[in-house]
Design a binder for this molecule. Structure first.
Ligand code: FAD
Ligand code: SF4
Ligand code: SF4
Length: 481
């Protein structure tokens, strides 16, 4: 260990931008085992590992790095999977620069971070390749059943833990495939769909029952599920998009981000997509509005579809972007143009979008989250041609009080408020009903959905075994502060 002194940080060789934008494959190939071992040995085995503190799952990072460096891969996998139900997925798409790797002490000391995410991925791939990951066989089957609404990372992570304890797990999802945003939101070049399908197939082999194409609130009610199951977990994400408020937003050629990404992902999965020519960026000048991860996925998808020009408009500057800086860097390499401190004042066009009137901004004082607020400048708005306009301004939960009557949300007056839970147990105000992931946090990260799902599973297990520790302390708004 401690090889950081004479071994520089190395990732797998990134595919060059010209090659990778001609296909939909991930941009990093898997780690070569020798290189992974050498890179793991760079860790300085900190007594107080800040990487672990800043990983939402508090993964045992220095321990599995040490095991990987000594080629004790099976033990490394045991440790990786102890805290993370989806390690090959988090290893790929966590914004590590903001979490584990951004807080690695050797990064702080200027040596370049240990490549934690890639090694986590490598350990898990070795486990799959070696056949160490076999279907879950609980020590004993229990009769009690849990209904999970949502087959995204929150629901899947909970299913892994509950099944391991022998509970009967049924996952309901309105989509036709399990995986949530990992299948229909995040593009293949960040997360190969085969990686997600391998996990969900493994869960099916572990006797988790998927009930797909079932929309809770429309096809069946929460009350029905509470009668059918001993406990229910809501892990149904955040799907209500913040709308762009500008004249012309209703014109054909203006397409919501998730609609655009879902169509592209479905196409990649071989599905027929109705009106795909309206959602295809090929040969078009594309304008994406926003600065988060969804916006980055849209610009990079448009590039791969063969757009003639891709421009990202964002009202703040690069330093104040909410998305991962690594993703911005990848997009820049792929020829995306960023025009910071700009946003649309209007979309113009006769019978479809032809362009934007672009307003410039300057940065004002920081808001309550510490980010500097954009202030519109007095300069005359400029015209910018675009024939596909994609607003990507973030998401909040759907109206949960309407689809799941009786459920308490954080702000009863706001129809798109997240579900209120006790953070310790993820219990809602309804007895036996728990919640996890974006539906309680608002749009967040896969790793946080996994953390919540695992925590909820733990509390559900306690609840079903009659332990009283789960009893929700009153659902506590202050806990959200
Ligand atoms: P979801 O993944 O949204 O899954 C919820 C599931 O519930 C869905 O399958 C949905 O069909 C189902 N559902 C909803 N309502 C109902 C209902 N009434 N009845 C039945 N089923 C229902 N995070 C990262 O960590 N890294 C990234 O790089 C990243 N990129 C992203 C890119 C995009 C474009 C988007 C939109 C998000 C991205 N995220 C990323 C965020 C991440 O995908 C989410 O935080 C995460 O998927 C949330 O998990 P979840 O289980 O709470 O919800
Ligand atoms: Fe880092 Fe994410 Fe893995 Fe945690 S789960 S160690 S944050 S890549
Ligand atoms: Fe190793 Fe970096 Fe974590 Fe320290 S902070 S234990 S050097 S990975």
């Amino acid at each position: 260990m401690l090889k950081f002194v004479d071994t520089p940080r190395q990732m797998p060789d990134k595919r060059d931008a010209a090659t990778r934008t001609r296909d939909w494959q991930e941009i990093y190939p898997p780690f070569d085992p020798d290189r992974a071992q050498i890179q793991a040995a760079r860790c300085s085995q900190c007594g107080v590992p800040y990487c672990q503190v800043h990983c939402p799952l508090h993964n045992h990072i220095p321990d599995w790095l040490m095991l990987a460096a000594h080629e004790r891969m099976r033990e490394a996998y045991e440790l990786v999977s102890l805290t993370n139900a989806l390690p090959e997925i988090c290893g790929r798409i966590c914004p590590q620069d903001r979490l584990c790797e951004g807080n690695c002490v050797i990064e702080q000391a200027g040596h370049g971070t240990v490549t934690i995410g890639t090694i986590e991925q490598h350990i898990t791939h070795t486990a799959w390749d070696q056949g160490w990951i076999t279907p879950i066989t609980p020590p004993r089957e229990r009769r009690q059943s849990v209904g999970i609404i949502g087959a995204g990372p929150g629901g899947l992570a909970a299913a892994v833990r509950l099944r391991a304890e022998g509970f009967q797990v049924h996952i309901y999802d309105r989509y036709d495939r399990p995986g949530g945003l990992m299948i229909y939101g995040i593009p293949n070049f960040k997360l190969d769909k085969k990686v997600v399908a391998r996990r969900t197939d493994w869960l099916a082999d572990s006797k988790v029952r998927f009930k797909l194409g079932v929309d809770v609130g429309r096809d069946i009610t929460l009350a029905d599920l509470r009668k059918r199951h001993d406990a229910v977990l809501l892990a149904c994400g955040a799907y209500h998009a913040h709308e762009l408020k500008a004249p012309g937003v209703g014109l054909p050629g203006v397409v919501p981000a998730l609609h655009y990404l879902t169509a592209s992902n479905r196409k990649g999965l071989g599905d027929q997509v109705a009106d795909f020519d309206q959602l295809d960026a090929r040969g078009r000048r594309v304008a994406v509005i926003g600065g988060g991860d969804t916006a980055m996925d849209c610009v990079r998808t448009a590039t791969r579809q063969g757009a003639s020009k891709v421009v990202c408009y964002y009202r703040r500057d690069r330093e104040n972007m909410p998305g991962s800086q690594r993703e911005v860097h990848h997009a820049m390499e792929e020829n995306v143009t960023f025009t910071w401190l700009t946003g649309p004042k209007a979309i113009y066009g006769d019978d479809r979008a032809q362009g934007l009137l672009i307003q410039s901004y300057r940065l004002g004082p920081p808001d309550e989250l510490g980010r500097r607020a954009p202030v519109a400048s007095q300069a005359k708005p400029q015209k910018a041609a675009a024939d596909l306009v994609i607003p990507a301004l973030g998401f909040v939960p759907e109206d949960m009080q309407k689809t799941m009557p009786g459920l308490r949300t954080r702000s009863p007056d706001d129809p798109h408020s997240p579900v209120a839970v006790s953070w310790r147990t993820m219990a809602t105000n309804l007895p036996g009903v728990f919640a996890a992931g974006d539906v309680v946090r608002g749009a967040s990260l896969v790793v946080w959905a996994v953390a919540d799902g695992q925590q909820a599973a733990n509390a559900i297990s306690q609840y079903l075994q009659g332990h009283d520790y789960w009893q929700p302390e009153a659902v506590n708004e202050e806990a959200f502060a």
